[in-house]
Design a protein. Structure first.
Length: 192
């Protein structure tokens, strides 16, 4: 758990005591591999903090899954549509691996924000970081080649390669699994 706390506090630039206050108001839940945390069409206004495991968000278009993001230990995860606007989600959030997450409902979290300036600042920092993550992902996908996108992803999240099926990584990179295999084979040959 300490690694998760360190990662979360570093990523969101928060003092550990603030996170511990939040965790004391959250419920710990386990998710088996493959479980849908949020299903498309469902309203889910919960805020999650991953203690262990990997999650992904994906959309279905013409029956094809398109991965939008991955989250691991120490990352926040939530349905933007459910949390921000209480609307049904157009996307799915899935536990890619067996996972444990802390969960808090939006009303309880809003109460914490209203009771404490420190907690309100926590909320602001999380959402600022999430906006920055979206912008960084957008820039990364402006890279001219799929190989550069793959290398950027591996640098930012090396644990994904060990735990996430290649078809999910390929969909996140907007390439076919075959293209990803060629990229990986080419990188492996260069290392020899």
């Amino acid at each position: 758990m300490e690694t998760m706390i360190e990662k979360f506090c570093q990523r969101y630039k928060l003092p550990e005591r603030t996170l511990r206050v939040l965790l004391s108001s959250m419920e710990e839940r386990s998710f088996p591999k493959g479980e849908l945390v949020v299903a498309a069409g469902e309203r889910n206004a919960n805020f999650y903090l991953l203690k262990r495991g990997i999650w992904r968000e994906y959309a279905l278009k013409d029956g094809v899954e398109h991965t939008l993001w991955f989250a691991g230990a120490g990352d926040a995860a939530f349905s933007s549509w459910g949390y921000v606007e209480n609307r049904p989600s157009p996307v799915y959030i899935e536990a890619v691996t067996e996972s444990v997450a802390y969960m808090i409902s939006r009303p309880v979290l809003e109460t914490l924000y209203n009771e404490s300036m420190e907690m309100a600042n926590f909320g602001r920092r999380v959402f600022e970081q999430e906006i920055l993550s979206v912008d960084n992902a957008t820039l990364a996908f402006g890279a001219p080649t799929a190989k550069e996108r793959y290398l950027t992803l591996l640098e930012a999240n090396p644990e994904l390669l060990r735990h996430v099926p290649l078809k999910h990584l390929a969909s996140y990179l907007y390439i076919t699994p075959q293209s990803l295999s060629r990229i990986r084979a080419g990188l492996f040959r260069k290392k020899k």
